[in-house]
Design a protein around this ligand. Structure first.
Ligand SMILES: O=C(O)CCC(=O)C(=O)O
Ligand SMILES: [Fe+2]
Length: 316
């Protein structure tokens, strides 16, 4: 460090420099509130080393088939990828209503979410317009109740490497941001019919460590497992850059969750990225309804170190 810089940094409050250098190229689309920069070159180069890591197969429980990468995203770029996605994506805090025993109840999704992609019946043309996958002609305006968004370059890069490593293809990318230990996802399985039978879901963990719990769905007694067909629950403490691929019979037989947790997380939060493949239009509508919704846009505020509501007035 030069003398001048040493003196400056002694007197000035240090402004933490972002861990990545932005590319001038951006992914743009009329459905995006603001353009999303391409993944910085250095991150892209280093991500390619991810293609050499091998996952561990975990299939020692009934109906379980996991492939666990510890980590998938190389250690040297993990923090930069995390900070980039926290800063450069737009997020939502979705509210929806459900009917519980005849009573309309408002549900507040307890985390920030965002989604990109379209099911296999459509694809994005060069100009960003949606085309019918078979005819390659523009789709009818009202084909979807939502406005599908193409996967931006920064997430497409990761999708491609994931496809190579898992021998699967994906057309959807869902992102969850857990701002602190109060944000969570309750027990569920991603076994919707629109994903087809035995779907493969690649799930990345960035930022703070969180517990990922799995439990078998209730099993009716059978010849193989008579009286008490119990399978013990599992706990994975997912660390920075790790990826867990859930495949085979996992979704149809197991539930998973990220419970709330007491205590801080160094204020940085956690990002989860999942890649999946939706086969029909209903999947697209479902994902946009529950991950974008109709509410405000949120963006990370680097000065205040927290999510804030974003309005179109802000510079882009
Ligand atoms: O955050 C995670 O690790 C899990 C997210 C998840 O299960 C989902 O989005 O369906
Ligand atoms: Fe899930």
């Amino acid at each position: 460090m030069s003398k001048r810089r040493a003196i400056d940094s002694f007197f000035k409050p240090s402004v933490k420099k972002a861990k990545y250098e932005l590319s001038s190229q951006k992914s743009q689309h009329p459905t995006y509130p603001f353009p999303i920069p391409y993944l910085p070159d250095l991150i892209q180069q280093s991500l390619n080393t991810a293609s050499v890591v091998e996952g561990t197969v975990i299939n020692d429980q009934p109906d379980l088939d996991l492939l666990y990468f510890q980590p998938f995203i190389p250690k040297d770029i993990h923090q930069a990828v995390f900070e980039f996605l926290r800063q450069e994506l737009f997020y939502y805090r979705v509210q929806y209503t459900i009917n519980r025993g005849g009573v309309e109840t408002i549900i507040n999704t307890p985390r920030y979410t965002t989604v990109f992609g379209v099911d296999t019946t459509s694809c994005f043309g060069e100009n960003g317009k949606l085309l019918d996958s078979e005819t390659k002609k523009p789709i009818l305006e009202n084909r979807y109740k939502c406005r599908p968004r193409p996967i931006p370059q920064c997430l497409s890069v990761l999708k491609k490497i994931t496809e190579e490593k898992t021998a699967e293809t994906y057309n959807f990318c869902l992102v969850n941001f857990y701002a602190d230990g109060n944000d969570s996802i309750s027990y569920h399985s991603d076994d919707e019919r629109f994903l087809g039978q035995n779907p493969a879901i690649a799930s990345f963990s960035l930022g703070a460590k969180r517990d990922f719990l799995m439990k078998h769905k209730p099993r009716p007694p059978s010849k193989d497992h008579p009286a008490k067909p119990e399978v013990k629950p599992l706990k994975f403490t997912l660390g920075p850059g790790e990826m867990i691929l859930m495949r085979g019979r996992t979704q149809s037989n197991w539930l998973h969750s990220v419970p709330k947790r007491a205590g801080g997380e160094g204020g940085q939060g956690r990002i989860n990225i999942t890649f999946r493949k939706a086969l029909v239009k209903g999947g697209t509508e479902n994902y946009y309804q529950y991950n974008v919704g109709s509410g405000n846009v949120f963006r990370w505020n680097a000065e205040e170190k927290k999510m804030g509501e974003w309005t179109a007035k802000e510079s882009i």
